[in-house]
Design a protein around this ligand. Structure first.
Ligand code: NCD
Ligand code: ZN
Length: 355
């Protein structure tokens, strides 16, 4: 049995860090495991301009544990009014790496999102020309579409037409959750890729209703049937360079989730690499783990791979239930209260102790 895994240092291509006290509490977990992360812009108000991204980046850098070399990669939140010139200059000056498209009302803080894709055609054309990647939350939000079909309908009615209309645009289908999504990305033209979360590889939709309603399994896109989970596991562990790591770690205070109308999002950062490693081990694909975690993402984004390595050891670790916030609040940790079998042994940031 494999006892240690050493891979080139990985990146997380989809992270919600929030702001203020929450940022300070959750950032060390991501910084301890990952060299870089794409930072989602769905703050309140959202990060819609390069100047706002600069300011958010400063707050992230100020919240980092001393000695950390973690690099946040900033993104803009696309609205109907996004300025193509700001996007292109922000990208060309290295201050942003991508723009995120949320269909309006698709998820947490997406009420500012795009109302009609036609409205953003000029900015997409500018992004295509300048090579700016588009990150997509791939769900339609029309009320007549069943929540479990939202991704598949989005792919057919929005994503595929967009990918064809802008043939040079670099596109990431974020947190793919369906076999239709996997098939689409596998067969799409060049420059189309997808991130896969740890949680969508680990549970299916039954977990949300196991013995009662379980808000700590509720995220968007919502977990689907078992056949979809199996398709995701196959894609992630296949070595196909179009699939790579993006945790979608999305912390919310317990009170915001354990409520009559609970927020979507799971705080997976503390167990992210442990969960992925377990999946690759179970699939007999540890030899493909480095490609998924550390090579495929940089390749899609045209960035260098990281220097240095990270080592995971087989060492059972009890996962704390919660991470505390000031004022007595807490964030439940995915798999909190359980034991994971892989532990980061040599993360070189000052926050190593937390991973
Ligand atoms: C995310 C959040 O809370 O910001 N929630 C989630 O369920 N994934 C938003 C998102 O990425 O959809
Ligand atoms: Zn997300």
């Amino acid at each position: 049995m494999t006892e240690t895994i050493t891979i080139r240092r990985p990146d997380d291509w989809h992270v919600h860090l929030r702001d203020g006290a929450m940022l300070k509490a959750v950032l060390p977990f991501t910084a301890a495991q990952f060299s870089r992360a794409i930072i989602m812009p769905n703050l309140v108000p959202p990060v819609t301009t390069t100047a706002m991204a600069d300011a958010y980046r400063e707050r992230i850098m100020a919240a980092l544990p001393a000695g950390s070399r973690f690099q946040p990669l900033m993104t803009l939140y696309m609205t109907d009014d996004t300025d193509p010139a700001d996007v292109v200059s922000g990208y060309e000056s290295g201050r942003i790496v991508a723009v995120k498209l949320y269909p309006q009302h698709a998820t947490t803080n997406s009420h500012f999102g795009v109302t009609d894709i036609e409205k953003i055609h000029p900015v997409l054309a500018a992004m295509e020309k300048a090579g700016v990647p588009l990150l997509i939350h791939g769900e339609v939000t029309r009320p007549e579409v069943d929540i479990f079909d939202r991704e598949a309908v989005f792919i057919e009615t929005v994503l595929d037409p967009l990918v064809r209309r802008f043939p040079g645009l670099k596109v990431t289908l974020e947190h793919v959750t369906t076999k239709e999504g996997v098939e689409y990305v596998t067969g799409a033209r060049e420059r189309v890729a997808a991130t896969i979360t740890p949680h969508h590889l680990i549970f299916n939709r039954n977990a949300i209703f196991q013995g009662g309603i379980r808000p700590h399994y509720y995220c968007l896109p919502i977990a689907k049937r078992e056949e979809h989970r199996l398709a995701l596991r196959k894609a992630a562990t296949s070595g196909n360079p179009r699939f790579f790591l993006g945790t979608d770690t999305a912390p919310h205070a317990r009170a915001a989730k354990e409520a009559a109308c609970g927020c979507a999002g799971l705080f997976v950062a503390p167990v992210a690499l442990a969960c992925y490693a377990q999946v690759f081990e179970e699939e007999g694909a540890l030899d493909k783990f480095e490609a998924f975690a550390s090579l495929n993402g940089p390749r899609h984004y045209g960035l260098p791979v990281n220097e240095g390595t990270i080592t995971l050891v087989r060492r059972p670790r009890a996962v704390a239930e919660d991470v505390s916030l000031p004022a007595g609040e807490a964030v439940h940790v995915f798999r909190g209260g359980e034991t994971v079998s892989w532990t980061v042994a040599d993360a070189d940031s000052a926050a190593a102790a937390v991973a």
